[in-house]
Design a protein around this ligand. Structure first.
Ligand SMILES: Nc1ncnc2c1ncn2[C@@H]1O[C@H](COP(=O)(O)OP(=O)(O)OP(=O)(O)O)[C@@H](O)[C@H]1O
Length: 739
């Protein structure tokens, strides 16, 4: 970027600029304060009005009224109340623009038009904008202007702040030949300053330094499927999150009501990104790890590579469908009832027919009525003609009697119990049954592997969750007992003093929706899938069930895939979303890794995937990654030593990435360091995360023991922002030049 400081290194200029910017920011905060108080007053008024009219439930037109008010008054007040105090401040940018290249340049800074950009828009009492929301069209030049296409911008200024206080200014001069002489230019460029900052344990927003190609993906229309690709560290995740915030801004009614779901690879990843949206003032997005997509289950365990490959394969669809329709193991196989003077029996074959007929169109737990009817019909058929008199004269009367007998009732409860997906999945632990359901779609070895894995633990793995979800569609929910009275929602509940107490319409809707949740499937208006390259075909089926009508944002990098057959996973995605229009974006700059670290990682992946999409890493540190060799028995200790050194060299976090098998030993060593900045984690857990420094323990074993092999190692080698040390007992994994 062009950068010609006009007034460099002059402390008094810097002080004056800081003071002037602070004055404007103070004005914004004062205005927000007024808005907050007025929001709270309106809330109280609304409450009083509702009580006076004795309205417990708000009618549609009133909901609309509330909604308008939300947007106009509450939104700013409560969003600012919710912005994390520890986060960057409300106003972070300023544009100074002229009239364009056709007009003569401005002769003084005061002739330029200035515009402030912030996390939310705030207007003064005359309704003039004090700061515009970063998502508003007028803010676009802040992100899109470049030296060659400056969009009338002369100077772009990023304000670095801590809460409401401005602590630094970084300018980009976009039109050096058109800048008035008295226009101060300060700092070294906001992006580099931001990239060099120490990393903590949570991701930060990038709202002040979004780059032009990222901005295009963020603001892409919500239609169809938006695919955002790019190599490691190109900002795919952070762009996707800003996109969620943008969509809410651009069509709040649709997306708040319908809901936005963000799906990520692991609970650790969700914890890492969970502050980004609140820091942008958005709290209504659901964040779920792929192991948490089924209500009530939070799976974190990971299968070994072979088992995960079977569980994720599309072959499981038929197997699960057969299991969900089969006999209940250990249930009685004949029904015998003594009625009307005769013993009537339905044998195994006939029972199977009744079951199949009942399941023809209805999920199992919803088909109990059909099954009962079928049983009665079978019994009636076998009930001797000469006994069909009196109370047994017709089938209906016979049915009432027979289904009330203890023998029938006991049988039915065992033969047709309410089945949970969990219980049916357990049935797959029986290799004989599994073999039958697989009808040779699984090899005998695969049958053994899967059955043994299911038997081996009570805990469900992340891959199991997609299977449970699939089973859920075959089983259906058990019929819900009669609704509990009138479930009117008190729309005005909770309105009281204080901005934090104000419930927006959307929150009330969310609460009402939560109350109904048990009865309705989730169906989001927009679904955003991060690390999409890792979803197995079965997981794609689960995820697409969350948004049959949704628009989609899909983010991923095939070179980082841990699914053994990335083409199969991609084909599964394509088949689920092929009916939707697709727009693709590619991000090309790696903002995470130093150029030295990424050059090495790129070499490693190119050995296996010559066509991998490698971004440019622009930040040079002059520090190459280091490779240390030890005897196998000394590696854990060496990892501890490397971590201790790195803790001294970087200000932020240190990640020690190690296979699950070696992790306990390494964790013990790290515990002795007693520093919360260092963590041990597995290659799969490291997906999407980043650390100032990384120790990679036994890269060779990472390749051999992790799903995805070299691609998993590539993920690991692209987690460090500043320094990386590998500790090895072998070296043959090293590219020729580095070894
Ligand atoms: N425009 C930007 N300004 C400042 N920091 C940025 C910008 N874009 C990305 N970053 C930073 O770069 C790092 C990598 O971003 P992110 O994790 O979103 O990348 P990714 O493409 O999802 O990576 P991976 O695929 O390796 O998980 C983060 O620290 C992010 O904050």
């Amino acid at each position: 970027m062009d950068q010609t400081p006009l007034l460099a290194d002059d402390e008094s200029v810097e002080r004056a600029e800081l003071a002037a910017e602070q004055q404007h920011v103070d004005l914004v905060y004062a205005r927000v304060d007024v808005a907050a108080r007025s929001a709270s007053r309106i809330a109280v008024d609304g409450h009083a009005r509702a009580q006076a009219q004795n309205v417990g439930r708000v009618r549609d037109e009133e909901q609309t009224g509330l909604y308008e008010r939300d947007v106009l008054v509450f939104a700013a007040a409560r969003r600012i109340a919710e912005l994390d105090a520890e986060h960057e401040g409300l106003v972070f940018g300023r544009l100074d623009s002229d009239q364009g290249d056709d007009d003569p340049p401005a002769t003084a800074a005061s002739e330029l038009e200035s515009l402030y950009v912030g996390r939310i828009g705030v207007r003064d009492a005359e309704y003039e904008p004090l700061v515009i929301d970063w998502r508003a069209p007028a803010a676009e030049p802040f992100y899109r202007a470049t030296g060659t296409d400056r969009l009338k911008v002369v100077r772009r200024r990023v304000l670095r702040n801590k809460g409401p206080r401005i602590i630094g200014i970084e300018d980009d001069l976009l039109a050096p030949d058109r800048a008035p002489e008295d226009l101060p230019i300060m700092g070294e460029g906001a992006l580099m300053a931001s990239l060099s900052r120490a990393r903590g344990h949570t991701m930060r927003d990038i709202v002040a330094t979004i780059q032009a190609e990222q901005d295009k993906a963020i603001r892409a229309p919500a239609r169809g499927v938006t695919v955002i690709g790019g190599g490691p560290g190109t900002g795919k995740t952070v762009v996707a999150l800003h996109r969620a915030a943008f969509l809410l801004y651009s069509d709040r009614r649709r997306f708040e009501r319908g809901g936005v779901l963000v799906v990520g690879p692991s609970a650790a990843f969700m914890a890492y990104i969970e502050r980004v949206l609140p820091s942008l003032g958005e709290n209504t997005v659901s964040l779920r790890a792929v192991g948490e997509l089924v209500d009530g289950i939070k799976a974190t365990a990971v299968d070994d590579a072979d088992t995960a490959a079977i569980k994720g394969s599309l072959r499981m669809t038929d197997i699960l469908s057969r299991a969900a329709r089969d006999r209940v193991p250990n249930a009685p196989t004949t029904l015998r009832v003594f009625i009307g003077g005769a013993t009537v029996e339905v044998d195994t074959n006939q029972l199977d027919n009744v079951r199949r007929n009942a399941l023809r169109r209805t999920p199992r737990n919803r088909a109990a009525g059909e099954a009962r009817k079928g049983l009665v019909a079978a019994l009636w058929q076998r009930f001797p003609d000469d006994l069909r008199t009196g109370v047994y004269a017709d089938r209906e009367a016979f049915g009432d009697r027979v289904s009330d007998t203890p023998a029938f009732r006991t049988f039915f409860s065992q033969w047709w119990p309410v089945l949970t997906p969990e219980s049916v999945l357990r049935w797959l632990g029986d290799a004989r049954r599994l073999q039958r359901w697989s009808r040779n779609e699984l090899t005998p070895v695969e049958v053994e592997t899967l059955a043994a894995a299911i038997r081996s633990t009570e805990e469900f793995t992340i891959a199991d969750v997609a299977l449970l979800d699939e089973l859920g569609t075959h089983l259906g929910r058990a019929p819900i007992p009669e609704a509990r009275g009138d479930e009117e929602f008190d729309w005005l509940e909770g309105l009281s003093d204080g901005v934090n107490e104000v419930l927006t319409t959307s929150e009330r809707r969310a609460r009402a929706a939560a109350a109904r949740e048990a009865e309705e499937p989730e169906d989001y208006a927009h679904v955003l899938v991060d690390e999409a390259q890792d979803l197995s075909p079965m997981q794609w089926r689960m995820v697409t069930r969350r948004g049959p009508q949704a628009s989609w944002t899909i983010v991923g990098d095939p070179a980082q895939s841990s699914w053994p057959d990335p083409d199969e996973a991609r084909a599964a995605m394509d088949s689920m979303l092929s009916h939707l229009q697709r727009h693709s974006f590619r991000l090309s700059t790696n903002y995470r890794n130093s150029a030295e670290i990424y050059a090495f990682a790129g070499e490693v992946i190119r050995q296996t995937l010559p066509d991998a999409d490698l971004p440019n890493a622009v930040r040079q540190t002059g520090i190459d990654p280091e490779h240390r060799i030890f005897d196998a028995g000394k590696v854990a200790e060496a990892a501890g030593d490397a971590a201790a050194e790195l803790l001294k060299l970087v200000e932020g976090t240190v990640g020690v990435i190690v296979t699950p098998a070696q992790r306990p030993t390494v964790e013990r060593v790290l515990a002795e360091l007693g520093d919360p900045r260092v963590v041990a984690l597995t290659p799969l857990e490291s997906k999407g995360l980043e650390y100032d420094a990384v120790v990679v323990v036994e890269p060779d074993r990472i390749v051999s023991d992790t799903l995805g092999g070299v691609r998993a190692l590539y993920v690991v080698l692209t987690r460090a922002t500043q320094r990386m040390i590998t500790v090895n007992s072998t070296t043959h994994w090293l590219p020729a030049r580095a070894s």
